[in-house]
Design a binder for this molecule. Structure first.
Ligand SMILES: Cc1cc2nc3c(=O)[nH]c(=O)nc-3n(C[C@H](O)[C@H](O)[C@H](O)COP(=O)(O)O)c2cc1C
Length: 177
């Protein structure tokens, strides 16, 4: 087994970027994590061969979108082709809407959207770990409280391997005090 599989399944986000020529690109990424609370940052490991990498070097703002589990087919498709060859937004009929703090649109159907800008880039092997400063977090109405998503109402795609995704079991297991 590849070493990283023991750390899957993982919540998958869709990163939207602005590319040379002004086109918007989208790619799913499951190697993501919160980093620090102050400043508020999140990080995503992005392959330097991807078009998304090129677009982030061109324009340093992005949106990091948490899709609903119903978007799993779209999420997989967005990760199966490169924006170098395909205008993914129009090819896959993705519904985008303007953001508040960044000049990059966001998924209209996302459960949560982080509007971010590049804070630091750390090159590691074939990827760059992009640490993003979070400018705003927007949540779809009625799907979350201060502790996170209400998984009795909504669910998110956890990426296993290949085309396999998992959902979050809405029944919490409470640890003993
Ligand atoms: C569910 C899923 C998760 C992925 N996670 C990552 C990731 O965390 N980092 C990465 O560099 N590529 C990841 N990929 C691969 C990219 O999404 C894929 O290479 C994509 O085609 C790149 O698109 P682009 O060239 O338009 O940027 C993932 C693919 C899928 C389907």
């Amino acid at each position: 087994m590849k070493f990283y599989r023991a750390l899957h399944p993982r919540p998958t986000v869709v990163i939207v970027t602005k590319c040379p020529g002004g086109r918007v690109n989208l790619m799913p990424a499951s190697w993501n994590t919160p980093v620090s609370e102050e400043p508020p940052t999140i990080a995503v490991a992005i392959d330097r061969d991807s078009y998304t990498y090129q677009c982030l070097k061109h324009f340093s703002q992005a949106t990091v979108n948490v899709p609903p589990i119903e978007a799993v087919d779209l999420v997989y498709k967005l990760g199966s082709v490169s924006g170098r060859e395909v205008d993914k937004a129009s090819t896959f009929g993705v519904r985008l809407q303007p953001s508040e703090r960044v000049e990059v649109p966001q998924l209209a159907d996302a459960l949560a959207v982080y509007e971010v800008e590049v804070f630091r880039e750390v090159e590691v092997g074939e990827v760059s770990l992009f640490i993003f400063r979070v400018l705003t977090l927007k949540l779809a109405p009625g799907v979350a409280d201060q502790w996170g998503f209400d998984f009795r109402k909504v669910n998110i795609p956890l990426h296993g391997a290949g085309r396999a995704f998992y959902r979050v079991d809405p029944k919490a297991i409470w640890a003993k005090k």
